[in-house]
Write a protein that binds this ligand. Structure first.
Ligand SMILES: *Cc1c(COP(=O)(O)O)cnc(C)c1O
Length: 399
């Protein structure tokens, strides 16, 4: 029996994509194998993270990287590392950052719920610029000089949320920050694909970059990557490790943690609540190799034909118009948008979502366009065998 059925739950059809609230991305057989293999053997976690660092460095071009408990965990660890470096006393105090350089300068347009992860380490957000376009009060975006004007003795770093429309350009912000010796930490959690974005730190000079492991990389959903400067990645690792060892026996990986610079082992750090298991690390690294190798691209035709089947099933319904969005880059999944004529149907798109969720099997669709009366179908988490049932449930809900 399905493990979820035995727990009294009905498995859903996830047409919303690899979102956290529905359980993340599908993992390839080899990824699950790596997880199971890793469960049968033991290695010191710091040595395993050093091996992860070498693998991550190779695909990102960054000097170092570790596997974190998600991109948000990477932000907490990265922020902690920036504020404490290898100072044991400061590590011990977090998230109390009284008197420390604890300000993260961020464009007001880029504020979002995930920056709680930086505040969780003791960081304070200092906003610059305005969101004048959203306010309908102007046409200008945040400008580089506004970051510079906010720098002062309490500045810890620039926090930058990367996306194709982010302004000013990351390169420009990095240049201005580095001129004042201010590091830049970047949230690029969902900016994969394209695969080329893995090289963001190497290309832009950003000091730290985080990616989700449980989105396009299709690792365990509780994983992520923090990559960038070796000293900062090392300080982040130290604050995540279980430090209940003897200092005289402890042999941390030299390339990340220089033991000679430490007068002892820190107590369990602010990152200890964000630990990752050896199984998760092994699975994420396997998934990362799949992602980089283009293994997932081979699934695109299957997605496309599944979406085509839905379009066919909905043909003839007068209250819905289908818009197929092909893969923009040969790496991202295609998607299907269903524009609902709410007047003709007599129900809103939100009503349709409610119907889809409450039927059998329950169907969850993408909600980003709901306010425009559009359902979004992301095929990434839909099994090949589920497309027929998905099309059937959509037809019934839209008739
Ligand atoms: C998904 C996401 C996160 C959180 O990533 P996790 O890997 O789930 O921790 C953070 N920031 C942005 C912009 C995201 O899209």
């Amino acid at each position: 029996m399905s493990v979820f059925v035995s727990l009294g739950l009905e498995p859903i059809i996830n047409a919303a994509g690899p979102v956290t609230r529905l359980g993340g991305a599908p993992m390839a057989a080899k990824v699950l194998e790596a997880f199971a293999d890793a469960a049968r053997e033991w290695v010191p976690l710091d040595q395993l993270q050093a091996a992860a660092s070498r693998a991550i460095a190779q695909v990102t071009g960054a000097p170092a990287g570790i596997v974190t408990a998600g991109a948000a965990a990477g932000l907490t660890l990265g922020a902690a590392a920036i504020m404490t470096r290898f100072d044991l006393g400061l590590m011990d105090r977090l998230p109390d950052t009284t008197g420390l350089a604890n300000e993260f300068v961020v464009s007001r347009e880029q504020r979002n719920g995930y920056d709680h992860a930086i505040r969780a380490a003791g960081g304070r957000m200092v906003e610059v610029g305005f969101d004048e376009i959203a306010a309908g009060a102007g046409v200008r975006r945040t400008e580089a000089w506004e970051y510079e004007a906010a720098f002062g003795p309490r500045t810890a770093a620039v926090f930058y949320v990367y996306g194709p429309r982010s302004r000013p350009a990351l390169e420009e912000v990095v240049k201005i920050a580095h001129r004042r010796n201010v590091p830049v930490i970047v949230d690029a959690a969902a900016q994969l694909p394209p695969r080329s974005n893995l090289r963001l730190a190497a290309i832009t000079g950003a000091d730290l970059v985080v990616f989700s492991g449980g989105k396009a990389i299709r690792g365990p959903q509780s994983t992520g990557i923090l990559c960038g400067r070796r000293d900062l990645v090392g300080a982040a690792l130290l604050q995540m490790l279980d430090t209940d060892d003897r200092f005289d026996l402890w042999t941390p990986p030299e390339e990340l943690i220089d033991k000679r610079q430490l007068s002892g082992l820190p107590r369990q750090g602010v990152g200890r609540a964000l630990k990752v298991s050896k199984e998760e690390i092994a699975a994420l690294l396997t998934a990362l190799a799949h992602f980089v190798g283009g293994y997932y691209d081979a699934k695109l035709p299957t997605y496309r034909s599944g979406l085509d089947a839905i379009v066919q099933q909905l043909a003839g319904l007068t209250s819905v118009t289908c818009f197929l969005r092909d893969s923009p880059d040969g790496e991202s999944a295609p998607s299907l948008e269903l524009q609902i004529d709410e007047l003709r149907l007599g129900r809103t798109a939100v009503d349709v979502c409610r119907t889809l969720r409450s039927g059998h099997p329950p169907v969850y669709v993408g909600q980003s366009l709901l306010d425009s009366g559009r359902l979004r179908i992301d095929p990434t988490c839909v099994e090949k065998t589920q497309f027929a049932a998905l099309a059937e449930r959509l037809r019934e809900a839209l008739s």
